[in-house]
Design a protein around this ligand. Structure first.
Ligand SMILES: [Zn+2]
Length: 403
């Protein structure tokens, strides 16, 4: 298979020379060299233009930012480094899903750090969550637990406090009585984080699966008392007014499940990028917005905040079903790990192209991973070949029906 090195973007020269084929060397810490990512700003259009960035392009772009901020984490090699022993990088197409994906590449499976893996993992988890909610014949009460914090709080300490208070709340004889009183069969806990004017705001959403006809006011009052006391036990404070928020209508639950794990619609930093100004501190930012501010605006502070978040959340479970609940709701009892979901193969995939490692490095050097998949989503190997040719990659001996 032949290839020609095409005109590489000058900013990408570093990533071509670093590492041998198949081993993408981690860059040095690059917080000070933000120019490495400034090339992505053009994806957002010129000031005054309205450009809707394609979601896959955005995810790969953010992943490149994560790699710069965390060069020693697995996200740095995710969908870049080939799996040893594979013949090369395959561009695959699923006729059933009408979507393209790569084969033969490592995936990191990090739901907190990797925008590409987390999109895939969240999609699966959301489908399952929707099935769980639909399967329950009783009532579901959603509670959001928070504790007070300031910008001076270290996130890891806040998170530990939050999770320890949650454990204390759910332990002991009084909790068992509370469960029995409301016919509670289990819960699903989701861990989330935002950043705002008072610093990081880690919080826990919990869906309580309870019997039909529960008095939500009574439930809320009892839960609030337990939460405030549990937070005090870990040496923190939760306000009676803000520490617990409860929603219990069917519409509330459906709305929560429908948007769970989805990237927020991007507007704020997008607009700021065009205005050429820094991120505002007034509103709450999602973690992907922080990363985007770093990547697109070169906002070093946002990059440091995102890195603190990624390191604090690493290894924590995003979505947790209480024991026995999955089986009760008819879900597969043995839950797949994030890594397993991220690495799941698509059964009906056909091969549109196979790139050797030299050819793949050209795709990497041109930041063309997302674009290549977008082209491959046509399912047409000729379009894939011509796209690769424009990058200067000539595939040899690959015919339309090769697989
Ligand atoms: Zn990944």
């Amino acid at each position: 298979m032949g290839f020609v090195v095409g005109d590489l973007h000058p900013l990408d020269a570093g990533s071509v020379s670093s590492g041998s084929p198949g081993s993408v060397a981690a860059p040095a810490a690059t917080l000070g060299t933000l120019g490495t990512l400034a090339r992505f700003a053009s994806a957002y259009g010129m000031p005054g233009q309205t450009v809707a960035i394609q979601p896959r392009v955005r995810r790969f772009m953010l992943q490149a930012g994560a790699r710069d901020l965390l060069p020693n984490e697995r996200v740095g090699v995710c969908l870049r480094r080939s799996i040893p022993g594979t013949p090369g990088v395959s561009v695959l197409y699923s006729p059933k899903q009408k979507a393209a994906h790569y084969g033969g590449l490592m995936v990191c499976g990090s739901v907190w750090m990797c925008p590409v893996c987390s999109a895939k993992i969240s999609e699966r988890r959301r489908e399952e969550l929707a099935a769980a909610v639909a399967a329950w014949g009783g009532q579901i009460i959603m509670a959001t637990f928070t504790l007070q914090h300031t910008v001076a709080d270290a996130l890891v300490s806040l998170l530990d406090g939050l999770q320890e208070a949650m454990r204390k709340m759910r332990s002991g004889r009084a909790w068992m009585t509370f469960q029995e009183q409301h016919g509670m069969v289990g819960s699903v806990r989701a861990l989330e984080n935002t950043d705002g004017v008072n610093g990081f705001h880690p919080h826990q959403h919990v869906l309580f699966f309870v019997a039909g006809g529960v008095d939500v006011d009574v439930f809320t009052q009892q839960l609030r008392d337990r939460w405030l006391a549990s937070v005090a036990k870990v040496g923190r404070y939760a306000s009676p007014r803000w520490g617990l928020n409860v929603k219990a209508t069917t519409a509330d639950i459906a709305a929560y499940v429908a948007k769970w794990g989805k990237e927020p619609k991007w507007t704020a930093a997008h607009e700021l990028a065009k205005a050429g100004s820094k991120r505002g501190r007034g509103d709450h930012s999602s973690m992907s917005e922080l990363l985007e501010s770093f990547v697109v605006l070169g906002d070093v502070e946002a990059g440091q905040r995102w890195r603190e978040y990624a390191q604090a959340f690493k290894g924590r479970k995003q979505l947790f079903y209480s024991p026995g609940l999955r089986a009760l709701l008819g879900l597969i009892a043995e839950e797949k790990t994030d890594e397993e979901v991220a690495a799941e193969a698509v059964e009906d995939a056909v091969v549109l192209a196979v790139l050797d490692l030299a050819a793949w490095r050209v795709v990497l050097a041109n930041d063309a991973r997302a674009e290549l998949l977008n082209v491959a989503s046509s399912g047409d190997p000729a379009q894939v070949r011509s796209f690769l040719l424009r990058l200067g990659v000539e595939l040899g001996g690959i015919s339309d029906d090769s697989s």
